[in-house]
Design a protein around this ligand. Structure first.
Ligand code: NAD
Ligand code: DAU
Length: 352
C-alpha cells in the first residue's frame, strides 16, 4: 500500500511525511512543485529511504498527476499542496486561484478517474483527504463561540476564498460522484520547518538578527495555535476513521493575541539566547495593518475528539519552547531559506 501526498516539501507536508514514516513503513509518493515554500532540505533525513518517492511537479499538470496515480496506485491521497500565505495572496491572488482551485480540481478529477475503476476492497478503502483551514469561516467577534463544522463559509482574503472554493469542490465531488473524501479545517500551525514569512518564525529569525518585529495594527488579533505534529496526528486520525463526506475541525484550544505570541517568543529568546543589547521586546514595532485583517479565529474541536478520540499532545507552552529551540539549533536551515527571493518579499511587504 502507498499514499500520495501533495505539497510534502512544505511546512506541514514535510512534518506529515516525516511523522508518517516514523510510525509506519507504508511508502509515500510526494508530489511537490518546489515553489518558494517547498524545501527538499526538510526531507533530507529521508535521503536514500526507499519508502519516500519524491516527484517534483505541479498538481495542475493533469497528465503527470494521472500518470503518478496509475503507476503507484495509492490507497489514499492527502492533499496539502497550496499557496498558503495570506499577505502574498493580497499582493498577487493569481497563483492562489491556479494552485488552490485549479490544482484541487485537477487532483479530484484524476482521483475520480482512478477510483471509478477500482474494485471491491480497494475501492471501499480509497480516501481523498483534503487539508484545509479555519480561515474559510471568516472572522469571529470577541464573544462569538468558536468555529464548528456547521459554521457558514465567509472567507475574507483571496487565500481563504481560494481554500473555501477548493473545499466546495471536494464536497461536490463526494455529493455528485460519490468520491470518498474527508476534509479537515485546521487552525494556525507552528513548529519546525515553518517558513519565516509567517508570524512565529519571522519573529524568531528577526529577533536573532536584531531586526524589528513587525506587529500588524494593534496586535490584538486572535488566532488559535496548534503544534504541527498535533495537526499531523489529527489528519492521520481522520484519514483512518473519519466518516466519508464529513469535515473535521482541528485546533489546539489555544487562543492567543498576536502581541502575546510575540512577547512569549521574546521572553523565550531572552532565556535561551540572551542578547547583550537588551530584552528582545525592544524590537517590537507596530506597522500598518493587513488589509481586510480577520480579527479572531477559534476552533471548536469537539467533533474530532468525540468521534475519533483525537486531542492535541502539546500545550502552547511545550510547543512554543520546542519551536524556539528548533530555530536556535538549525541556523543553517534558516540561512539557506533566506534566499534572494525571500529578501525581495520582505522588502516588498515591510518596506515602509
Ligand atoms: P506551505 O506554503 O509551507 O507549503 C505548501 C507546499 O505546496 C510547498 O511545498 C509548495 O512547494 C507546494 N506547492 C505549492 N503549489 C504547488 C503546486 N501547484 N503543485 C505542487 N505543489 C505545490 O504551506 P503549509 O503551511 O505547509 O500548508 C499546507 C496546507 O495546509 C495548505 O493547504 C494550507 O492551506 C493548509 N493549512 C495550513 C495551516 C498553517 O497554519 N500553515 C493551517 C491550516 C491549514
Ligand atoms: O488559520 C490558519 C491559517 O494560518 C492558514 O490557513 C494559513 O495558511 C497560515 O498562513 C495562517 O494564516 P495567518 O494569516 O493567520 O498566519 P500569519 O502567520 O501570516 O499571521 C498570523 C497573525 O499574525 C495574523 O493575524 C497576522 C499577524 N502578523 C503576521 C505577520 C507575518 C503580524 O502581525 N506581523 C507579521 O509580520
Amino acid at each position: 500500500m502507498t499514499i500520495l501526498v501533495t505539497g510534502g516539501a512544505g511546512f506541514i507536508g514535510s512534518n506529515f511525511v516525516l511523522d508518517w514514516l516514523r510510525g509506519s513503513d507504508e511508502p509515500v509518493v510526494n508530489l511537490d512543485a518546489l515553489t518558494y515554500a517547498g524545501n527538499p532540505e526538510n526531507l533530507a533525513s529521508l535521503q536514500g529511504d526507499p519508502r519516500h518517492i519524491f516527484v517534483q511537479g505541479d498538481i495542475c499538470d493533469r497528465l503527470l498527476v494521472a500518470q503518478l496515480i496509475n503507476q503507484h496506485k495509492p490507497r489514499a491521497i492527502v492533499h496539502f499542496a497550496a499557496e498558503s500565505h495570506v499577505d502574498r495572496s493580497i499582493h498577487g491572488p493569481g497563483t492562489f486561484i491556479k494552485t488552490n482551485i485549479d490544482g484541487t480540481f485537477t487532483l479530484l478529477e484524476a482521483a475520480r478517474a482512478y477510483w471509478t475503476e477500482l474494485q471491491g476492497e480497494a475501492k471501499a478503502a480509497f480516501r481523498f483527504h483534503h487539508v484545509s483551514t479555519d480561515e474559510v469561516y471568516g472572522s469571529l467577534k470577541a464573544d462569538d463561540p468558536p468555529f464548528s463544522e456547521t459554521n457558514p463559509y465567509e472567507p475574507n482574503s483571496p487565500y481563504s476564498a481560494s481554500k473555501a472554493a477548493s473545499d466546495h469542490l471536494v464536497r461536490a465531488w463526494h455529493h455528485t460522484y460519490g468520491l470518498p473524501v474527508v476534509t479537515t479545517n485546521c487552525s494556525n500551525n507552528y513548529g519546525p520547518y515553518h517558513f519565516p514569512e509567517k508570524l512565529i518564525p519571522l519573529m524568531i529569525v528577526n529577533a536573532l538578527a536584531g531586526k524589528p518585529l513587525p506587529v500588524y495594527g494593534d496586535g490584538q488579533q486572535i488566532r488559535d495555535w496548534l503544534y504541527v505534529t498535533d495537526h499531523c496526528s489529527g489528519i492521520r486520525a481522520v484519514l483512518a476513521g473519519g466518516r466519508l463526506g464529513e469535515t473535521y475541525n482541528i485546533g489546539g484550544w489555544n487562543e492567543k493575541a498576536n502581541i502575546d505570541i510575540v512577547k512569549t517568543v521574546c521572553a523565550l529568546l531572552d532565556e535561551m539566547r540572551p542578547d547583550p543589547a537588551g530584552k528582545y521586546e525592544r524590537l517590537i514595532t507596530y506597522v500598518k495593518d493587513r488589509p481586510g485583517h480577520d480579527r479572531r479565529y477559534a476552533i471548536d474541536a469537539r467533533k474530532i475528539e468525540r468521534e475519533l478520540g483525537w486531542r492535541p499532545a502539546e500545550t502552547f507552552d511545550t510547543g512554543i519552547r520546542k519551536t524556539v529551540r528548533w530555530y536556535l539549533d538549525n541556523p543553517d536551515w534558516v540561512a539557506r531559506v533566506q534566499s534572494g527571493a525571500y529578501r525581495e518579499w520582505l522588502d516588498k511587504q515591510y518596506a515602509k
